[in-house]
Design a protein around this ligand. Sequence first.
Ligand code: FES
Ligand code: FES
Length: 174
Amino acid sequence: MDDGSPHTGQAHRDVSLTINGKRQVVPIPPWTTLLDLLRGPLKLTGTKKGCDHGQCGACTVLIDGERINSCLKFAVTLKGSEITTIEGIGSQDHLHPMQAAFVEHDAFQCGYCTPGQICSAIGLLTEGHAHSREDIRELMSGNLCRCGAYTNIADAIEEAQQGSASVSYKEAAE
Ligand code: FES
Ligand code: FES
């Protein structure tokens, strides 16, 4: 089992978490980050590993609705928390409005940063501190995009903020 740990032969602990609405109990070494738990034992690989040091935002998920870099959180500290990853946001047929806005505005190129961008953008709107495009750019500055899609990402978030993005996955694919 790939738990992302550099250690071997040491005790595992059961961690109980609710992920995308489903309660999970997983035995892991106590130093396992949430990111490595998601991508390893739980096989939720939509959450990406970029820097693994809190610098890029690729690993952003929502914990109790708050956007968090999952590479910086030990999973064992999150007992009882509600965690939402990109797999728990929208569906193939009914995209979350933020996902729909990203599609409408071509707010990605390679897509590697996109799950983190979308989780972060949803958290941003929940926080309610973005009152201008400049605020959006500033408050999204922890999510890097190597492809430089920043203008389109800001366009998408502005549209989602205005509540006008609602295309389905099928419509977006046409
Ligand atoms: S992988 Fe977590 S911030 Fe870069
Ligand atoms: S779309 Fe490629 S890193 Fe952002």
